[in-house]
Write a protein that binds this ligand. Sequence first.
Ligand code: ZN
Length: 193
Amino acid sequence: MKIYFALISAAALSLSACGGQQETAAPAAVSEAPVAAASEAPIENTPTEQAAPASAGSAAAPAEAGECETVVNSDDQMKFDKQELEIKKSCKEFKIVLKHTGKMPAAAMGHNLVISKSEDASGVVGDGAGATAANDFVKPGDTRVIAHSKLIGGGEETTFTVDPSKFAEGSQYEFYCTFPGHYGLMHGTVKLI
Ligand code: ZN
């Protein structure tokens, strides 16, 4: 049935290319079999060429919706896949998805993602170790922490949000994992854009 329509519309378009009056009928024929007509009659088919940029524009829309979120992967090699975490200041809230792509459990190779000023990182990590896994290795109520995720193990993921208005102008910020011993390999710069 689709092929039949495609042949009809291709024929109609070929005819319409010869006469000005029939051009108005051509777009209607295209809409009945848009996919087949587009691939089979591209040369004579001016109306389809005009339609293509419109569909490309709508396909780009979801990318804009993703500007206020990012994904950070972590693994059994004690690594984040990002050394720089970009947070867009114009976002009302910024969503961070932390994924653990490894296989080891949280007790052996747990990861979290904590954000603070660079100057506060060592204090947050030190107090986090004492806070134990029950508190995701973050001291409860630690005001130096801008935001943090839960502690996760291999195959898990967790999402948390950051309030971009909490970052002060002129200060340096870092993200890191506070699982004991992980900071050395698992830290990076927070870049506000
Ligand atoms: Zn870790």
